[in-house]
Write a protein that binds this ligand. Structure first.
Ligand code: NAD
Ligand code: TYD
Length: 337
């Protein structure tokens, strides 16, 4: 049996990954380590929290002795590191925690992977480490790292540490760099769930600047199947870009959501742009498609429909995640924009 330590498994992508792994790969046991920050939520474990092949542990990836204890107790053979501070806007207002979790936390996990001689360490990174593109071209795995935000700088730093641990101590690693994910259980600070939540409540939809920035959208389930393939079908040391081949402007996404919910475009409000805003990301995913025969299972239209249906059917989840400090966060981020 494969014994995997998944970090950040109560967050958006991590919880979708654990759900997929337990449902589709009965030969794996998952220890799910999560600090339960504002972005982590036990409600995201719905349907598998008490699965016999799953153990949730509340804890911090910066806690080295905890990580070692988990590896020993559960005979862990691989780590997949989803845990991170993930929101670019928050990294602009409070960068320090991004260094603590994304850089120092990854270092702690790498030390454990090295000392316990694990079979594999998968670092979940982002296309944002490559910087921004103009109107043409796509990021390949060989594009130089050129991060622009404190978030992407912290993720690029972690990628370099992973590489260095492979080079210096032979840690068997892979790095995956995906584009913007969307789908069930995403916290409503990111574009799609934030716009959905606001539209459902007839609140303004705050579009940064002209809204013509471009992102490449990847349905979260498809990202998860790609990560599984990287874990199980690759040799160490390889880096894989994972993208949905769905480039869209932000304003087009917002219009699609309004249209689907039958809400007026008058809700759109152009607000002050994000400082240092990356104009365009686009992924060349030909390496993972060619080598691992990975394919996205849905088109963007299908994925967005599934996502909207999930949010409509999960109003209680949404109400719960926006209770507490969310309104304070929202006001501080958007009031004077
Ligand atoms: P998320 O913010 O939804 O979840 C992050 C999870 O990590 C939360 O459950 C949080 O509690 C946990 N966490 C944070 N600090 C921790 C710590 N110190 N110790 C243990 N757990 C901690 O993030 P996500 O969108 O699911 O992203 C997962 C990974 O994918 C991240 O590494 C992110 O950089 C990467 N990524 C995300 C996207 C995207 O579109 N969401 C795109 C590219 C890459
Ligand atoms: P986001 O979901 O924060 O992901 P990232 O910044 O990591 O790509 O933002 C996606 C795009 O949407 C980005 O260009 C910023 C833009 N955006 C808005 O226009 N308004 C918003 O309220 C948010 C959260 C994002």
């Amino acid at each position: 049996m494969r014994k995997i330590l998944v970090t950040g498994g109560a967050g958006f992508i991590g919880s979708n990954f654990v759900r997929m792994a337990l449902a589709e790969h009965p030969d794996c046991f998952v220890v799910n380590l999560d600090k339960l920050t504002y972005a982590g939520n036990l409600e995201n474990l719905a349907g598998f929290e008490n699965h016999s092949n799953h153990k949730f542990i509340k804890g911090d990836i910066c806690d080295g002795s905890l990580i070692e204890r988990i590896i020993d107790e559960f005979k862990i053979d691989s780590i997949i590191n989803f845990a991170a501070e993930t929101h670019v806007d928050r990294s602009i207002t409070e960068p320090k925690i991004f260094i603590e979790t994304n850089v120092a936390g990854t270092l702690t996990l790498l030390e454990a992977a090295r000392d316990k001689k694990l079979n594999r360490f998968i670092q979940i990174s982002t296309d944002e480490v490559y910087g921004a593109l103009g109107p043409e071209g796509k990021f390949t795995e060989n594009t130089p790292l050129s991060p622009n935000s404190p978030y992407s700088a912290s993720k690029a730093s972690a990628d370099l540490l992973v590489r260095a641990f492979g080079h210096t101590w032979g840690v068997k690693y892979n790095i995956t760099r995906c584009s913007n994910n969307y789908g069930p259980y995403q916290f409503p600070e990111k574009l799609i769930p934030l716009m959905l939540n606001n539209a459902l409540n007839d609140k303004d939809l705050p579009v940064y600047g002209d809204g013509l920035q471009i992102r490449d959208w990847l349905y979260v389930y498809d990202h998860c199947t790609a990560v599984w393939k990287v874990l199980t079908e690759t040799r160490p040391g390889e880096i894989y870009n994972i993208g949905g081949c769905n480039e869209k402007t932000n304003i087009d996404i917002v219009r699609l959501i309004l249209n689907r919910l039958d809400k007026p475009e008058s809700l759109i409000k152009h607000v002050t742009d994000r400082p240092g805003h990356d104009r365009r990301y686009a992924i060349d995913a030909s390496k993972i498609i060619g080598q691992l025969k990975w394919r996205p299972s849905v088109s963007f239209e299908q994925g967005l429909n599934k996502t909207i249906e999930w949010y409509l059917a999960s109003r209680k989840w949404l109400e719960n995640v926006v209770s507490g400090d969310y309104q304070k966060y929202y006001d501080s981020m958007y009031k004077n924009r």
